[in-house]
Ligand binder design. Structure first.
Ligand SMILES: [Zn+2]
Length: 342
């Protein structure tokens, strides 16, 4: 029996020498020391031997088991070390190679434009308020003097929600919410996304507006003109000409469109301004008394003016971007050009 054990030991040692991977070592371990391993079998058979044999064979078997276990562990550690060393050699890292840089991002021009507008008008006391993008029809239309039968409803190409709400078609409903919750005087800006159900090369179904509202006693059209001239000249330069043309909006009367001397051709006429020398940049007017009535303000007590402008269009003029789609393509190469811009 002892000689069988010795033979087993030398066979195992040979098998270990031949094993050249960690998994090969594991196979050797299982075949000798596993539940059904050769040595395990012998140890199980000890109980059938005579007491005398049991002592001598048992001692020898345990000794050999310890030796085999140690040999397996030693070989495994050696192989693991070799495998690690081989990996370290093949996976060399050139620490002197230049890294793959991740440049810092840049704010989107729309975001920059909005910030500039808010900062500029903030200097003359306008503070920013916000409202939800899903609005009630009352806040988006009725309260702004656009009843259901009003033809202006058709102009708005509205997205209607299943529950009766609408995606706001302009930021004007934020004025309504502000006036419903705050007493005059009021001087607010409402920047945000607005939605219209039309999309083609020059229209996006979502775009950005900023709405301004000033309400106080005895506010006049002269103050509207002064405020908007200050605003446009702060952004585009003191020498820029600004003109006001009569227009129509349901929620203001009188209403006007505000034109800025073309930023490309400086008034001479070019493709951008369609040879007129002027660019239409915003709409404005004195708040309609029906709007004051809808929010519980007394139109005999207060007057006010409101203005609204498209941030996308203003950003295109300010940064001289030729194609509106560039603003929505999210191309990092385009956006990174505005790093460091005002
Ligand atoms: Zn021009």
């Amino acid at each position: 029996m002892i000689s069988r054990l010795e033979e087993l030991k030398s066979k195992c040692e040979t098998a270990l020498q031949n094993a050249d991977t960690v998994s090969g070592i594991e196979d050797v371990r299982i075949s000798y020391l596993g539940k059904k391993g050769v040595l395990t079998d012998i140890l199980k058979g000890l109980k059938d031997l005579s007491n005398e044999e049991k002592a001598s064979v048992g001692q020898a078997a345990n000794q050999i088991k310890t030796q085999i276990t140690d040999a397996i562990d030693a070989k495994r550690h050696a192989l693991e070390r070799d495998e690690m060393n081989a990996k370290l050699v093949s996976d060399t890292v050139d620490v002197s190679a230049p890294g793959v840089g991740r440049g810092s991002g840049a704010s989107h021009p729309l975001h920059r434009m909005e910030k500039l507008i808010v900062e500029c008008l903030g200097r003359i006391g306008f503070s920013t308020v916000s409202g939800p993008e899903i609005e009630t029809e009352f806040n988006n239309f009725e309260a702004l003097n656009i009843p259901a039968s009003h033809p202006a409803r058709d102009m708005h190409d509205t997205f209607y929600m299943k529950d009766g709400g609408v995606l706001r078609t302009h930021t004007s409903p934020v004025q309504i919410r502000a006036m419903q919750t705050m007493a005059p005087p009021l001087r607010i800006l409402a920047p945000g996304k607005v939605f219209r159900c039309d999309a083609d090369v020059s229209h996006s179904p979502v775009f950005h507006q900023i709405e301004g509202l000033l309400v106080d006693k005895h506010v006049s059209f002269a103050e509207l003109k002064g405020t908007l001239e200050f605003f446009l000249r702060s952004l585009f330069g003191d020498s820029k000409k600004v003109r006001f043309r009569p227009s129509y909006f349901p929620f203001t009367v009188p209403s006007c469109e505000v034109d800025l001397e073309c930023v490309m051709c400086k008034g001479k006429g070019c493709g951008i301004c369609k040879q007129t020398g002027w660019l239409e940049v915003m709409g404005a007017g004195m708040v309609h008394r029906n709007v004051f009535k809808a929010v519980g303000y007394d139109p005999e007590e207060v007057t006010g003016f409101a203005f609204g402008l498209g941030v996308d269009r203003l950003a295109m003029l300010y940064y001289q971007i030729s194609d509106i789609r560039l603003l929505y393509e999210n191309d990092a190469r385009f956006i990174s050009q505005f790093k460091g811009a005002a």
